[in-house]
Design a protein around this ligand. Structure first.
Ligand code: SAM
Length: 282
C-alpha cells in the first residue's frame, strides 16, 4: 500500500472517533515511530510503498486507536519538557500542565547558588523528578510512589535521560517520618473526584491508572493535607511546597494550607486560565 493510501485508510477508520487535527497528529507520530519519517517526508514520499511488516504494525496501531487507547501507550513513549519518557498503563501520561509546574519551580530557584534537595511525591513516570534533575543539574532529587510499576518505569526513565534520582517505594498516606529534609517538596497527587468522572474522556478513563487519578468525593484533598503535614516536618527552613491542583479546588486548597500554618501561599493559573498550581512556604 502507498503511504497516501494508508493515510486515507487511517483517516476513514478514525474519523468518527477523533477530530481531524488529532487524527493528523496520530498519523504523523505513528509514521515517525514506525517509518522514521518526519512531516515533510510524508508529503514528499506519499507515493512510496510501505513495506509489508511496517504496514502490519501501522494497521495494529490504527486498530488500537479505534479502541481509544492513548497513542502514548501504543507507541510506549511521550515527550515532556523536551525529554523522552517511556510510558505504559502502569503510569499516568505526563500532561502539559505539569510542565508549567516545573517551569515555576525552575524560575523560583533561577538565582539560587545553594545545592537544592528536592522530593517529588507520586512520581509516576518520574517526569517531574527527572526533568527537575535535568534542568537544575546540581540538585539532589528523590522521588516517591506507592506503585511498584511506577517506580520501575521511573527508574528506567532516569537511565534513559541519564540522570541519578533516588526512587523510594512508599505510601505517602501512611508515611509518618523519613530521615531527610528537603528544600523543595513537589507533588502532582491524585485529585480527580469521582463526581468529575463524567468530564473524563474514555481514553483516559479506560486506560490510565485510577490509582494515579481518583480520590473520594468526600475527601478530595486527602493527599494535599497529608503532604502538607509531611512537608511541615520534612521541609528545611525557608523550604517550599509546590502542588499541581484540581482546578475546581483552588480556593479550598489554598485555605487548607493557610489553616495548617503555611505562609506566602500563591495560587497560579495554567495557560488555559484554570487554577492549577500552588506554592507555599512554612
Ligand atoms: C497524578 S499521578 C502523577 C504522576 C506524575 N508525577 C505526573 O505528574 O505525571 C499521581 C501519582 O501518585 C501515586 N500515588 C497514588 N497513591 C499514592 C500513595 N498513597 N503514596 C504515594 N504515591 C501515590 C500514583 O501511583 C501516581 O503515580
Amino acid at each position: 500500500m502507498k503511504l497516501k493510501d494508508f493515510r486515507t485508510f487511517f483517516n476513514n477508520e478514525l474519523s468518527e472517533l477523533y477530530p481531524k487535527k488529532e487524527i493528523d497528529a496520530f498519523f504523523f507520530r505513528s509514521v515517525e515511530a514506525i517509518l522514521d519519517l518526519q512531516i515533510m517526508d510524508v508529503f514528499m514520499k506519499e507515493n512510496t510503498n510501505i513495506e509489508k511488516e511496517n504496514l502490519a504494525v501501522l494497521q495494529i496501531i490504527t486498530g488500537r486507536l479505534k479502541l481509544e487507547e492513548p497513542i502514548q501507550y501504543i507507541l510506549g513513549t511521550t515527550e515532556f519538557y523536551g525529554y523522552t519518557f517511556n510510558v505504559n498503563p502502569g503510569v499516568l501520561i505526563p500532561r502539559p500542565e505539569t510542565e508549567e509546574l516545573i517551569s515555576w519551580v525552575k524560575e523560583t530557584y533561577s538565582n539560587n547558588s545553594e545545592k537544592l534537595s528536592i522530593l517529588d511525591i507520586g512520581t509516576g513516570s518520574g517526569c517531574i523528578a527527572i526533568t527537575l534533575k535535568k534542568e537544575i543539574v546540581s540538585a539532589e532529587v528523590s522521588a516517591m510512589d506507592i506503585s511498584e510499576k511506577a517506580i520501575k518505569t521511573a527508574t528506567k526513565n532516569a537511565s534513559l535521560n541519564k540522570v541519578a534520582v533516588n526512587f523510594i517505594q512508599h505510601d505517602i498516606l501512611s508515611t509518618t517520618h523519613i530521615e531527610n529534609t528537603f528544600d523543595v517538596i513537589v507533588s502532582n497527587p491524585p485529585y480527580v473526584r469521582n463526581l468529575e468522572k463524567e468530564e473524563i474522556k474514555n481514553n483516559v478513563l479506560n486506560n490510565e491508572p485510577h490509582l494515579a487519578l481518583f480520590v473520594e468525593d468526600d475527601n478530595p484533598l486527602i493527599f494535599y493535607k497529608r503532604i502538607a503535614d509531611f512537608a511541615k516536618d520534612n521541609l528545611k527552613q525557608a523550604g517550599s511546597l509546590f502542588f499541581e491542583i484540581n482546578q475546581y479546588l483552588g480556593t479550598e486548597t489554598k485555605q487548607m494550607l493557610l489553616d495548617k500554618g503555611f505562609k506566602d501561599v500563591v495560587l497560579k493559573k495554567d495557560l488555559f486560565g484554570n487554577d492549577r498550581m500552588i506554592k507555599a512556604n512554612f
